[in-house]
Each structure stands twice: as C-alpha cells, then as structure tokens.
Design a protein around this ligand. Structure first.
Ligand code: T46
Length: 138
C-alpha cells in the first residue's frame, strides 16, 4: 500500500505548546504547491470517495479525530488521525474516504500540485480499471 503514517517531528516547551514540522527531503519526498483544509464537518460525515492520478498528499489533523480509509484496489487500510504529531502520506492512485469522528475536527492537506479536476477519479469502477491498466503498463 502506497501510504505511510509518519511521526511529525515536534518541539515542545512545557506549557508553551508544541511546534510540529514536516519538510521536503527530511520527512516527505515532494514539494508542496497547495494547502487546503476542511473545517466544520459534522461527526460521522464521510468525504472523499475519489483517487488522484498524479497528486501526492500529506494529510494531518491538528485538532480532533478523523479516520482515513485508503484502498489501492486490492487491499484497504484504516488510519486514525488523532494527534497533531501524526501525518498520513498518500501516493497517487489510492482511493480514499475520510470520516469525521469528533466535533470541530480539522483536516489539513498539503499537496504536490495545483488543483486540477482532471487529476481526480471519482468513480470507483473507473478507479479499478485505472489500477488494472497501470499494472499492465509496469
Ligand atoms: C482530497 C481530500 C483529502 C477546489 O476548487 N480547489 C481545491 O484545491 C480543492 C481541494 C477543492 N476544490 C473544490 C472542488 C469541489 O467543488 O472544492 C469542492 C469540494 O472538493 P471535494 O469534494 O473534492 O472535497 P473532498 O473533501 O471530497 O476531497 C478533498 C480534496 O478535493 C481531495 O484532493 O484528497 O480532500
């Protein structure tokens, strides 16, 4: 599975808080071109239901609890983002679903490219065909 949960490097000074950082070359392999975040989703809201053809992403939840289910067309895995020190790297061609588990949870996503709707695969059957096609080309 081309997904990896990383421990985000953090610096703390007692009650002054925790500074967390990830950086190209040290923690992730790609340049970040765009950042977006989702706030105000109700508990048990499900979002996602798509894959990206080329986009690389790091997902993290600085506040709250969000489950991310990833699927490479052959197996599924579930990750819990419940700490600012956890980040999930998702490589291309992974179907994902995010489920909000706590009120006011925030999902932040840092990604490798600008927004391109034609990079999305939003139909699961098309995704499975795309995975099979990619395997043939290997
Ligand atoms: C992803 C997961 C984790 C834009 O116009 N520009 C943007 O940069 C983005 C990210 C979205 N949009 C528009 C497209 C839709 O009309 O915002 C609307 C909601 O996007 P979407 O339904 O794709 O949202 P999610 O939560 O299902 O998916 C988002 C990202 O789109 C996606 O890249 O991997 O978060």
């Amino acid at each position: 599975m081309n997904c990896q949960l990383i421990n985000v490097r953090s610096f703390s000074a007692d009650s002054e808080g925790i500074l967390s950082v990830f950086e190209k070359g040290l923690d992730i392999s790609f340049n970040i071109k765009r950042v977006y975040y989702i706030t105000g989703a109700d508990v048990e809201v499900h979002r996602g239901f798509h894959a990206h053809k080329k986009l690389k992403q790091v997902l993290f939840c600085p506040y709250g609890r969000i489950v991310v289910i990833v699927d490479n067309g052959e197996e599924k895995k579930e990750y819990l983002l419940d700490s600012p020190q956890k980040a999930l790297v998702i490589e291309p061609v992974i179907w994902r679903e995010m489920i909000w588990k706590k009120k006011e949870s925030v999902l932040v996503v840092a990604v490798s490219d600008n927004y391109k709707e034609d990079d999305y695969i939003r139909d699961y059957n098309v995704f499975i065909k795309y995975v099979k096609q990619e395997e043939k080309c290997k």
